[in-house]
Design a protein around this ligand. Structure first.
Ligand code: PFF
Ligand code: NA
Length: 460
C-alpha cells in the first residue's frame, strides 16, 4: 500500500527543499499579493485589517499549510487519492475525500476570474511598452483603466490569451523549463518591487502610506473585514483546496515541513507588504481613493512608471513579471481540474486540459460582463450576505471567504483529531515535545475555533 507513495518520494519532483519552496511560492505568489491585497486593504481601512490578516496568516494559514503538506507527503498521491488512502489505512470515513472535491470546484471557479485579471495585467504590458503611461496624470490613467473595463471584447481578448498560455503550459511538457525560468523571474519581480518601494519612498507620500498600512484604527474594522482578511489568508497561501497537498506529495522525506511552510508563508507575506508599500504612498500623493476597488494597482502604478526615469522599461517588465506570477498560480489551479478529469473520467491529458481550460474560459465570460454590461446585475440579492454583489464579486466571495476557509477547517480537524497521531509526529519530526504540543493545540482548538467564529458572525 505504501509503495506508490514511497516511489514518489524516492524519486521526488523537487530536488531539494529550496526547489519545493520555489514551486510552492510559485503557486502562492500571484495576483493575490500584488492586485488583491492592496485593494482589499484599501477598502477595509488599512492598519487594523492588515493586523488581522497577519494574525490569520500566522495562527491559521501556517498551521493549515503544514497540515496540508503533511497529508500530501504521507499520502503520496493526488489530493483525493491521498485522503482516500489515509482514511482507509486508519479505518476512517472516506467522506474526508470531500475536501478534495470541494478543492477542485474552488480551483475551477477561481481560475475563471483569475484569468480575467491576469488579462488586465497582459494588456498593461502592451500599454506600458507603447509609452502610454508617459507624462500621464491620475485622470488620464483612470480613464485608461475605465476604458478597458467598459470594453468586453478587449477583456475577452486578453482573458483568452491568458487562458491559452495556461492551457499550453499545462498540456505540454514545458513545465520543467517553466520552473527553471521561475527561479530567475521571481527574484527579479521581487527586486522590481523593491525599486517601486524606493520610488514611493522618494516621490510618494511614504509617511502616510506607511501609517495607513501599519497604524491600526480599529474603528474601521468590520466583521465583513475580518472575514475578508481570513479568506485572503487562505487565498494568498493557496490553502484549503488541496494544492499544497498535491505539492507535498512530491516532498522528500528528510525535508522539514514546518520550516518549509514557514518559508513559503514569509515569502508570500513579504511580497504582499512590499506591494502595499509601493502603492499606498502613490495613492495618497496623487489624491486617489484607497478604497477604489479592484482597479487600484492599475490606476496607481502606471503613474509612477509614467514619471520615473526608465519608466517604460520598468513598467513593461513589472507587468510582464506580474503575468508570470499570475500564470504560475494559474497552473496550480488548472492542474487539479485536469488531474481529476484524467483520473476519474479516464480522459487523456491533452483532452483533459482542453475540456477543463475551455470550460473555465467560458465561465470567465461572466466575470468579464460583471465589469460592464452586467455591472448592475446582482443575482443573489435576496440572500443578505450576497447582497449588492456582481457575479465576479460572488465568485470571489464564495471561493475565498467560504469554500477555502471551510476546506481549511476540515483539514485542521482531520489532522488535529483524526489522522494517526504517530504518523503526524513522524511527519513533523519536531524533536522537542513542546513544539509538537503547541502545534497540535493550535490545529485542534485555535484554528477551528477562529474559522468557525468568523463564519458564524458573518452569516448570522
Ligand atoms: N495564491 C494565489 C495568489 O495569491 O495569487 C492564488 C491561488 C492560487 C489561490 C492557487 C488558490 C490556489 F489554489
Ligand atoms: Na499569494
Amino acid at each position: 500500500d505504501t509503495s506508490v507513495s514511497e516511489a514518489r518520494q524516492d524519486n521526488p519532483m523537487w530536488s531539494s527543499r529550496l526547489a519545493f519552496i520555489l514551486a510552492a511560492s510559485g503557486s502562492a505568489v500571484g495576483l493575490g499579493n500584488i492586485w488583491k491585497f492592496p485593494y482589499i486593504t484599501g477598502e477595509n481601512g488599512g492598519g487594523a485589517f492588515v493586523l488581522v490578516y497577519l494574525l490569520c496568516i500566522a495562527l491559521i494559514g501556517m498551521p493549515i499549510m503544514i497540515a496540508e503538506v503533511m497529508i500530501g507527503r504521507r499520502g503520496g498521491r493526488s489530493p483525493i487519492n491521498s485522503l482516500r488512502m489515509l482514511t482507509q489505512r486508519d479505518g476512517l470515513s472516506t467522506r474526508w475525500t470531500w475536501i478534495g472535491w470541494m478543492g477542485i470546484t474552488a480551483s475551477f471557479l477561481i481560475l475563471s476570474f483569475y484569468s480575467v485579471i491576469g488579462g488586465w495585467a497582459l494588456s498593461y504590458v502592451g500599454q506600458s511598452a507603447g509609452g502610454v503611461f508617459t507624462d500621464s496624470n491620475a485622470d488620464s490613467i483612470g480613464a485608461l483603466f475605465g476604458g478597458l473595463l467598459s470594453d468586453p471584447w478587449t477583456l475577452l481578448l486578453w482573458h483568452s490569451v491568458f487562458m491559452v498560455l495556461v492551457i499550453t503550459i499545462v498540456a505540454g511538457g514545458i513545465r520543467s523549463g517553466m520552473e527553471k525560468a521561475i527561479n530567475i523571474l521571481m527574484p527579479i519581480l521581487f527586486i522590481l518591487l523593491l525599486v517601486m518601494v524606493g520610488y514611493a519612498l522618494s516621490s510618494g507620500d511614504f509617511a502616510q502610506g506607511f501609517a495607513f498600512l501599519f497604524q491600526p484604527d480599529f474603528s474601521k474594522l468590520t466583521t465583513e473585514g475580518i472575514l475578508t482578511a481570513l479568506g485572503h489568508a487562505f487565498f494568498t497561501l493557496s490553502l484549503g483546496m488541496g494544492v499544497m497537498m498535491a505539492y507535498g506529495s512530491y516532498l522528500p522525506k528528510n525535508v522539514s515541513i514546518v520550516k518549509t511552510a514557514v518559508a513559503v508563508s514569509v515569502v508570500d507575506t513579504v511580497v504582499a507588504l512590499l506591494a502595499g508599500l509601493a502603492i499606498f504612498p502613490l495613492v495618497f500623493a496623487n489624491g486617489l481613493e484607497p478604497g477604489s476597488g479592484p482597479g487600484l494597482i492599475f490606476q496607481t502604478l502606471p503613474l509612477a512608471f509614467g514619471q520615473m526615469t526608465g519608466g517604460v522599461l520598468f513598467g513593461t517588465l513589472f507587468f510582464a513579471l506580474l503575468v508570470v506570477a499570475a500564470v504560475t498560480s494559474a497552473i496550480s489551479l488548472l492542474e487539479p481540474v485536469v488531474e481529476w478529469l484524467e483520473e476519474q473520467k479516464g480522459i487523456n491529458r491533452l483532452s483533459g486540459t482542453l475540456i477543463g481550460g475551455i470550460s473555465i474560459w467560458v465561465l470567465g465570460l461572466f466575470t468579464i460582463l460583471s465589469f460592464n454590461e452586467w455591472a448592475d446585475v446582482h443575482p443573489l440579492d435576496f440572500i443578505p450576505v450576497f447582497e449588492n454583489k456582481t457575479i465576479f464579486d460572488l465568485l470571489d466571495y464564495v471561493t475565498a471567504n467560504l469554500m477555502m476557509p471551510l476546506g481549511g477547517l476540515f483539514i485542521a480537524i482531520f489532522v488535529g483529531w483524526f489522522m494517526n497521531k504517530q504518523a503526524v509526529e513522524n511527519q513533523l519530526d519536531i524533536n522537542n515535545g513542546y513544539g509538537f504540543k503547541i502545534f497540535m493545540f493550535i490545529l485542534r482548538f485555535i484554528t477551528p475555533a477562529a474559522v468557525a467564529t468568523v463564519f458564524i458572525y458573518n452569516l448570522v
